[in-house]
Design a protein around this ligand. Structure first.
Ligand SMILES: [Ca+2]
Ligand SMILES: [Ca+2]
Ligand SMILES: [Ca+2]
Length: 522
């Protein structure tokens, strides 16, 4: 089934399209992804992960430069390597043990590597920095000076700064000074992307020219874990051009990319804009209402039959509670398998947990031909925390704008979960959805979607196609920039209509959020 044709019936009425089909030539969506190559190399990186403090200044004393101080070993974390040339992720032999020890074996030679830390809840938490080069932070190590083993000793993870560093500097010959990042002000070893998942706001905002390298925006985070690859402040899943045009993270073998993105549709009566004359500030229950679309997309000309099985093998805690959308079944009962479609493998799940930007999913794909397995990771780059909300409407039949208390839930419920209007057109004023930081998201595409016309007994007379709108931007004293558009319903006879005011990611295939509202013509 083509996903563009995939329609879910939700919440007892209405229909909801979960997104748009997306070709491989288009930019990928809400995640960053890479592949695991065959483990055939001879290089080993090892060390011990500790909690600790990364120094603001790297102090050189008695010949050794102290980069950090270590406190307590951290177990059950993963330290993964990312190749600067092949951009592939290399997983450790196992998670850190009780002494924090880890080993990443079979790395290819002729490479240098970034190291990234994924916590016990499968969330990306920190890059590892290795030293300084002028004003920049050195983010990669190499074995180019010879030897098959790089032992980093103790590495201190500073959760306050969102960065890790070895306690003592590595050999100068092991520093890849060609792989550097911009340092935060007043910090020698903390790249600007640390602690913010690489979101390009504040000093992490990128003003340079994007280059063809693993960390395009010089913030210290390789694209695969960076939620904002180009550093412009818009996360990948909500950015129409998330990285250098033509750049790809995953177009290897027959696989194009994998995505994980959020959809959040809510009926007005479930999350009304106003209750009792006051703005409804109750936060949306993201855990129970978000639908996560998780997919692996084939390159054009490649059938998903190339794989016999696609599943998630590691992920955040919400995997345990996630249910397959439209079903009562727990996803774990089907071993986190994705389902085969015509151009991809995909699944839609309700997390029943707390999905967050930075969550890392590890995919396993099994080749049909020989049963061999490959692995990928995807990083969730956003969740919606709020929907677009109606804050006013007016109609062509009466002069007054209905806003504030006129949008009360009780008013809506008293009319059978409908607002009333007169005349031949209705104008809607609505807010943008909010991101994981609770900030209004700018630059979304807007649609009037899921339009159904009903007769007086509630039967659907007709459904209308999705309408892409270009709403006027209006400055509102309470809500800042809001959006206004006018809708002219069908001239056929009807009693009421339902419309989804829908904000869609400008990135094809990205997520969407909407408020589903009913209006009765009087
Ligand atoms: Ca970034
Ligand atoms: Ca980056
Ligand atoms: Ca961006």
């Amino acid at each position: 089934m083509q996903r563009s044709n995939l329609i879910f019936t939700l919440l007892g009425f209405g229909i909801w399209a979960l997104g748009f089909n997306m070709g491989c030539g288009q930019q990928e969506s809400a995640t960053t992804t890479t592949t695991l190559p065959s483990a055939a190399g001879s290089i080993t990186v090892s060390g011990s992960l500790y909690s600790g403090v990364v120094s603001a200044t790297s102090v050189k004393a008695a010949g050794a430069r102290a980069l950090s101080s270590a406190d307590t070993p951290i177990s059950d974390y993963q330290v993964v390597a990312v190749g600067t040339e092949d951009k592939k992720v290399y997983f450790p032999d196992s998670k850190t043990d009780a002494n924090g020890n880890f080993t990443i074996s079979n790395l290819p030679s002729g490479e240098s590597f970034y190291l990234e830390i994924i916590d016990s809840n499968q969330k990306f938490v920190a890059p590892v920095s290795f030293g300084v080069a002028g004003d920049a932070v050195v983010m990669a190590i190499t074995n180019e000076a010879g030897g098959d083993t790089i032992n980093l000793g103790k590495i201190a993870y500073d959760d306050a700064k969102g960065v890790a560093a070895p306690t003592t500097e590595v050999f100068a010959s092991q520093l890849d000074e060609g792989s550097t990042a911009r340092a935060k002000s007043a910090e020698d070893l903390v790249p600007v992307g640390a602690g913010n998942l690489g979101r390009g706001t504040g000093e992490a905002y990128f003003t340079g020219t994007l280059e063809d390298k693993v960390d395009e925006d010089d913030d210290g985070l390789p694209d695969i874990v960076d939620i904002d690859d180009d550093g412009d402040g818009k996360v990948d899943g909500l950015d129409s051009v998330p990285r250098r045009p033509g750049a790809t993270e995953t177009a290897r073998n027959a696989l194009c990319h994998s995505n994980t993105f959020a959809n959040l549709p809510m009926n007005y009566e479930n999350y009304p804009t106003y209750i009792g004359g006051s703005l409804n500030n109750s936060p949306i229950n993201v855990r129970d209402n978000t639908i996560l679309a998780i997919e692996v997309v084939m390159e054009p000309g490649n059938s998903p039959d190339l794989y016999s099985d696609v599943r998630i093998v590691e992920g955040p805690a919400w995997l345990e509670t996630a249910k397959v959308s439209g079903s009562a079944a727990l996803w774990k009962d089907s071993d986190y398998r994705l389902e085969k479609e015509s151009s991809r493998w995909d699944i839609h799940v309700v997390p029943n947990g707390t999905p967050e930007a930075g969550d890392v999913l590890k995919f396993q794909v099994t080749k049909t031909s020989d049963g061999s397995k490959e692995y990928f990771i995807s990083t969730l780059t956003f969740v919606f925390t709020d929907i677009p909300r109606l804050i006013a409407y007016s109609d062509s039949g009466s002069p007054a704008t209905k806003e504030g208390v006129a949008l009360n839930l009780l008013t809506y419920q008293a009319k059978g979960n409908k607002f009333e209007y007169t005349g031949n057109s209705v104008s809607f004023t609505f807010t943008a959805p909010k991101d994981d930081l609770g900030s209004y998201i700018s630059g979304m595409n807007y649609y009037l979607d899921g339009i159904n016309y009903y007769n007086a007994s509630g039967g659907v007379i007709r459904s209308a196609g999705s309408i892409k709108i270009t709403p006027d931007e209006v400055s509102h004293p309470a809500f800042g920039t809001v959006y206004k558009t006018t809708f002219t319903p069908t001239t056929e006879a009807f009693d009421s209509f339902k419309v989804d005011v829908k904000a869609q990611s400008p990135l094809s295939g990205g997520g969407n959020a909407s408020q589903l509202i009913n209006f009765r013509k009087i």
